[in-house]
Design a binder for this molecule. Structure first.
Ligand code: GDD
Ligand code: MG
Length: 336
């Protein structure tokens, strides 16, 4: 089975982190986010991944090249301008020959794709949309289903008064190839605003596959921090890290007078100085230097970050090569 991953959009809500890279490449537990999506899809028998690239395609192609990751075939489908979620899939049409998966490129989930495919076939669906419960559906596509799980209504980013269900579009679809005929060529087109509403108006068989499995859209700094924190605390079945773990990489040195509270992941070639306090969940990328007396709490440092003496960081994301001055006190910030 083939899967299209939507790796476009400018990732505006994750700025300034996405000035230098794309959302799909931000590090999660010190590995590019998209690596997890690859592994996830390959675990569900996906043997070809089509990357629909709408923004800074080089960030992705330079990283993967022609690499035949995990035995999965890789195909790049590059848009000249971002074509929207459905336009991006239309652009990839030459590579699609049968029923296929589509996945938003900012979703981390444990949902069982194999079971979802079984559901899709049993229902005779043309489109199956994975559904997940959230507290505030206004930031998502809200989906209403009947007691047969058939979708009755889809409203993207509903106003509060339009919210009739807490089940939202989880950004994972199974689609029959013929649906591509409903998407115009060379035009910006969205599943959420164009394809789904018009298909429902035509009474097309669209079904909702509800799941309570771990799910997150990591497209904002808060959610990106939460994903990393959740994985460090063992909330996904895909990552073996546990809340009590402290893991220090090769050639990294931690001063015996530093105080570390789990969960903490430190990559290779780091220096953690005297009197430093690291209060997990904290992730420190390769080549970071935490100078004497600094405190880091609930934060993520990308690669080659230097933290000055006595600096205090809480709830922060610090992009690669940043330098935080001595005695700085920073809370809830994203620095790039
Ligand atoms: N290739 C390509 N081209 N990809 C695109 C484009 C484009 O023009 N526009 C957006 N994407 C990709 C984004 O990179 C992201 O991976 C995915 O499509 C969804 O876009 P977001 O910008 O993250 O949308 P959202 O999070 O506000 O809403 C979407 O996801 C929700 C679930 O997280 C919608 O699908 C909602 O209905 C859904 O609930
Ligand atoms: Mg998103």
């Amino acid at each position: 089975m083939k899967a299209v991953i939507l790796v476009g959009g400018e990732g505006t809500r994750l700025r300034p982190l996405t000035y230098s890279t794309v959302k799909a490449m931000v590090p999660v537990l010190n590995k590019p986010f998209i690596d997890y999506v690859f592994r996830y899809l390959s675990n569900h028998d996906v043997n070809e991944i089509i990357l629909a690239l709408g923004y800074k395609p080089d960030c992705i192609t330079d990283y993967f090249g022609d690499a035949n990751q995990l035995g999965v075939r890789l195909v790049y489908s590059v848009e000249t301008d971002p074509m929207g979620t459905a336009g991006a899939v239309k652009n990839a049409e030459p590579h699609i020959d049968d029923t296929f998966f589509v996945m938003n490129g900012d979703i981390f989930t444990d949902l069982n794709l194999t079971d979802m495919l079984r559901f899709h076939k049993n229902k005779g669906a043309k489109v199956t949309i994975a559904l997940t419960p959230v507290e505030d559906p206004t930031r998502f596509g809200v989906v209403e289903t009947d007691n047969q799980k058939r979708v009755k209504r889809f409203v993207e980013k509903p106003k509060r008064e339009q919210v009739t269900s807490n089940m939202i579009n989880a950004g994972v679809y199974i689609i029959e190839r013929e649906i591509l005929n409903r998407i115009p060529k060379g035009k910006r087109f969205m599943f959420e605003h164009d394809v789904f509403p018009s298909l429902l108006a035509d009474r097309g068989p669209v079904f909702g596959y509800a799941t309570e499995d771990y799910w997150i859209d990591m497209g904002t700094p808060e959610k990106y921090l939460q994903l990393n924190r959740d994985l460090l605390c063992g909330k996904s079945t895909q990552v073996a890290f546990k809340a009590g773990d402290i893991c220090v990489g090769k050639r990294s040195s931690v001063n015996p007078q530093a105080k570390l509270t789990a969960p903490i992941l430190v990559d290779s070639d780091c220096i953690v100085g005297k009197g430093v306090q690291v209060k997990g969940p904290v992730i420190i990328g390769a080549g970071c230097k935490i100078n004497n007396g600094a405190t880091i709490e609930n934060s993520i440092l990308w690669q080659d970050v230097t933290i000055g003496e006595q600096a205090v960081l809480k709830d922060c994301i610090i992009a690669s090569n940043s330098y935080i001055e001595n005695n700085a006190c920073i809370e809830c910030a994203t620095i790039a």
